[in-house]
Design a protein around this ligand. Structure first.
Ligand SMILES: NC(=O)CC[C@H](N)C(=O)O
Length: 222
């Protein structure tokens, strides 16, 4: 299995993601957002950061990068697309995930470890976690306040597409949503950073089962 980690101008978690993936034995490579072909990759990761300086709106410029047509094509072909933090913001801007990430309820940058519940344990992103498990994952964002209109929210909730929820909502996200997936389950985004919680040296390994979940699905050809 070969994974691409997309590097936009201003990405700052691309090498953290690469480190995490390589730690699980994945053949992962950094791919510049200037490229426009992802056919050789089985999974695509959009990392955190401040793409294009977060100008206009987070992700609003990045979504016009050449690579995004290849990401859309890969998404439509059923490949796994994972957006973390700024990656999630880019996926909503690109219309690959519904809703929008707004300025935090109390404006300002939040850098903290937050508790998350597993809202749907039967996904490619959570199958290695326990159903009732509460995990702690770092957040680092100023625009993490997930918003979707009532109709969209009803659709997401009715199809069990909320994957993670905040236990103590830090940013005002509707329905405490921390991570969601698309209808087919192959496109996923979350604001917290599991790639920063995979190594004992950081004092937190709660992100490990996120990667184990993804890998078990991909290796099984799911
Ligand atoms: N860690 C990140 O990806 C930064 C998130 C983002 N650009 C924000 O501040 O909302």
């Amino acid at each position: 299995m070969k994974a691409a980690v997309i590097s936009f101008p201003g990405s700052n978690c691309d090498f953290d993601m690469l480190y995490a993936l390589k730690g699980f034995g994945v053949d992962a490579q950094i791919v510049s957002a200037k490229h426009n072909d992802l056919t050789e990759y089985d999974a695509i990761f959009l990392p955190g950061g401040f793409s294009y300086g977060d100008y206009l709106r987070t992700g609003a410029v990045a979504r016009f990068s050449p690579i995004m047509s290849a990401v859309t094509q890969a998404a439509n072909n059923g490949k796994l697309i994972v957006g973390i933090c700024n990656g999630f913001q880019i996926l909503t801007e690109a219309g690959l995930l519904p809703g929008q990430l707004l300025t935090n309820r109390t404006p300002g940058f939040i850098c903290d470890d937050v508790a998350l519940s597993i809202a749907n344990p039967n996904t490619a992103y959570t199958n290695a976690y326990g159903t009732e498990e509460i995990i702690h994952i770092p957040v680092a964002h100023a625009e993490g306040n997930y918003y979707a209109d009532e109709e969209t929210l009803a659709k997401i909730e009715n199809n069990n597409r909320v994957v993670f929820r905040y236990v103590n909502n830090p940013n005002g996200s509707v329905h405490d949503i921390a991570g969601i997936m698309n209808e087919n389950g192959n496109v996923f985004g979350m604001m917290p950073h599991p790639e920063r919680a995979v190594d004992a040296v950081t004092g937190n390994e709660d992100g490990k089962n996120f990667f184990k979940s993804i890998l078990s699905g991909i290796l099984a050809g799911a």
